[in-house]
Design a protein around this ligand. Structure first.
Ligand SMILES: NC(=O)c1ccc[n+]([C@@H]2O[C@H](COP(=O)([O-])OP(=O)(O)OC[C@H]3O[C@@H](n4cnc5c(N)ncnc54)[C@H](O)[C@@H]3O)[C@@H](O)[C@H]2O)c1
Length: 277
């Protein structure tokens, strides 16, 4: 065990532009055309990463690619349906072919169907679990194999949800999948630490995105949420970028196996009901 030198070179390395840099790294982002994914892809690219952006939404992906190119971000789009058996292989193969390595994986894509447990059917259950948990498992596995082969380590960041600790009604299968993703994060952290691969998750709270549009469109639900979120507003997708860069870069080099809640304080506790909010 050695203590790092405390000198001017070490201090220069603490500048955010160095500490959070992803220069020379290759990052895969699933669901990259979505409300949160596009900001995560842009944030990783702005920190210097080459980005493999993947989504089933071909038009959305093409749009993202041109926006990233205009911002001088090196990005490759891969159209893939994460429910397909060969999706994990196709995405990692594309990253290796185009950029020669994988250093970061962002398991961001997810689907949801709001329905009571009493009405859930097996096909919908399988579909949600397949996209939200099965694919992240095998994509992370496939990417970790490539990382282990290159001996450069890596970082896996999975987008979980506040729902893993604060269950909400009518999203039971989504909640199961997210709880599984946070648990998978711990297992990956344990099994791959010896290869320099870290695994963490981000649990966003109530965000302002298309996926969450139905809850913001309902004024009663809207009021219920704002009464429970100390910051009294939805989170914006861009507000997840800082945490994502922390986990993806060397700034988070001693962080692994964690789920970080980025929720405007929702999990901190409960304030008294304010009828005027
Ligand atoms: N929006 C919120 O309030 C909120 C809160 C907590 C967690 N999250 C999580 O954040 C992540 C991103 O959510 P979002 O709000 O940006 O959702 P979104 O619906 O805007 O984006 C999801 C993206 O995933 C893609 N996708 C869906 N199914 C796919 C499939 N089978 N194959 C390939 N791509 C597929 C969609 O095309 C879309 O571009 C998700 O994991 C979600 O669970 C969101």
């Amino acid at each position: 065990m050695t203590t790092a030198a405390f000198d001017s070179e070490a201090i220069r390395a603490l500048a955010p532009s160095s500490l959070f840099s992803l220069e020379g790294r290759v990052a895969i982002v699933t669901g990259a055309a979505g409300g949160i994914g596009r900001w995560l892809a842009a944030g990783l690219g702005a920190a210097g990463a080459s980005v493999v952006a993947t989504d089933v939404d071909e038009a959305g992906l093409a749009d993202l690619e041109s926006t990233l190119a205009a911002a001088s971000i090196d990005a490759a789009g891969v159209v893939a349906d994460l429910a397909d058996e060969d999706a994990a292989d196709r995405i990692v193969d594309a990253a290796l072919e185009r950029f020669g390595a994988v250093h970061v994986v962002i398991n961001n894509a997810a689907v949801n169907r709001r329905m009571p447990i009493a009405e859930m059917d097996p096909a919908t259950w399988e579909w949600i679990m397949r996209v939200n948990l099965r694919l992240p498992y095998f994509l992370s596995q496939r990417a970790a194999r490539a990382m282990i082969e290159r001996r450069e380590g890596g970082s896996i960041v999975s987008i979980s949800s506040l729902n893993v600790e604060y269950a909400l009604e009518h999203v039971s299968v989504y909640g199961l999948a997210k709880a599984g993703l946070s648990q998978l994060t711990r297992h990956m952290a344990l099994e791959w630490a010896e290869h320099g691969i870290r695994a963490n998750a981000i649990a966003p709270g109530f965000m302002d995105t298309p996926l969450a549009a139905p809850i913001w469109a309902d004024s009663d639900v809207n009021r219920w949420i704002l009464n429970r979120v100390p910051l009294e507003r939805p989170g914006q997708p861009a507000e997840l970028v800082g945490t994502c860069l922390l986990l993806a870069s060397d700034a988070g080099s001693f962080l692994t196996g964690q789920t970080l809640f980025v929720d405007g304080g929702a999990r901190a506790g409960g304030r008294w009901f304010h009828p005027d909010r």
